[in-house]
Design a binder for this molecule. Structure first.
Ligand code: ADP
Ligand code: MG
Ligand code: MG
Length: 250
């Protein structure tokens, strides 16, 4: 369970406040969507939860299963079960995708005091997840994300998510730049990971993704706060009315 209370955040080396007293709860097993105009602070929220360094928290708290996330380094947050799938996955030349995946899984296991994965078990896990996400195994031998299409990068993010089995999955505009087939594959990958324990925070500007990943809750974010909360029908309302009422030109 993720609880965010009165979160106030500014850019570290600027006088720019971006989150202005944000409150949000994501329960175990809940798929919560956040929708909102560009610039409302959605990516900032996901970065602050994941522990990116460029931000300064001025007030408020973030608790994961009652533990104070803000006191943890980014790697400790990942070990505790927080996973962020990026809006723009980075290309990492020189690091083979397989090497990266194994390092990520073993870092998580070490932080949890678990033994490192044996190579045959790792290969089996990756191959199984790659098959389920329609990822070409040749991609796994290439440097991470280098030369991957937009859809391939997003599928790679979901593959990482499947392998790390986080308790709190944050997807920041994972739908941007996806064609309908890639959107369906990514959504099926997410839906396959839904269970009674795992929470999801699905951030999107468009309603389209939420036709495929049906949320339990929809929050509207504007100017660094959650300003409205409803059920999945709220996404459809927003699709019709646009964000004009929330500070974005129609
Ligand atoms: P969203 O994801 O909803 O589009 P962002 O969190 O990306 O919103 O951005 C919120 C606001 O903060 C925007 O005005 C953006 O320009 C600004 N911002 C975000 N990150 C930085 C940064 N590292 N430096 C300066 N401004 C930033
Ligand atoms: Mg944006
Ligand atoms: Mg964003």
């Amino acid at each position: 369970m993720l609880e965010i209370r009165n979160l106030v955040v500014k850019i570290a080396d600027e006088d720019k406040q971006i989150l202005n007293g944000l409150n949000l709860t994501v329960n175990d097993g809940e798929v919560a969507a956040i929708m909102g105009p560009n610039g409302s602070g959605k990516s900032t929220l996901s970065y602050v939860i994941a522990g990116k360094e460029d931000y300064e928290v001025l007030d408020g708290e973030i608790l994961l299963d009652g533990e104070n996330v803000l006191e943890m380094e980014a790697d400790a947050r990942a070990a505790a079960g927080i996973f962020l799938a990026f809006q723009y996955p980075l290309e990492i030349p020189g690091v083979a995708t397989m090497t990266f995946l194994k390092a990520a899984m073993n870092a998580q296991r070490r932080a949890r005091g678990e033994a490192e994965l044996l190579t045959p078990d790792f290969i089996k896990a990756v191959n199984g997840a790659a098959d389920r996400l329609s990822i070409d195994k040749a991609m796994l031998r290439r440097p991470l994300n280098v030369g991957f299409s937009g859809g391939e990068k997003k599928r790679m993010e979901i593959l990482q998510m499947a392998l790390l089995a986080p308790s709190m999955c944050i997807l920041d505009e994972t739908d941007s730049g996806l064609d309908i087939d890639a959107l369906r594959i990514v959504s099926e990958g997410v839906n396959a990971l839904r269970d009674a324990k795992r929470g999801f925070l699905v951030i999107t500007h468009y309603q389209r993704l939420l036709d495929h990943i049906i949320p339990d809750t929809v929050h509207v974010m504007s100017k660094g706060k959650i300003v409205k909360t409803g059920g999945k029908e709220l996404a459809l309302e927003l699709e019709k009315s646009g964000y004009a009422a929330y500070g974005e030109a129609a």
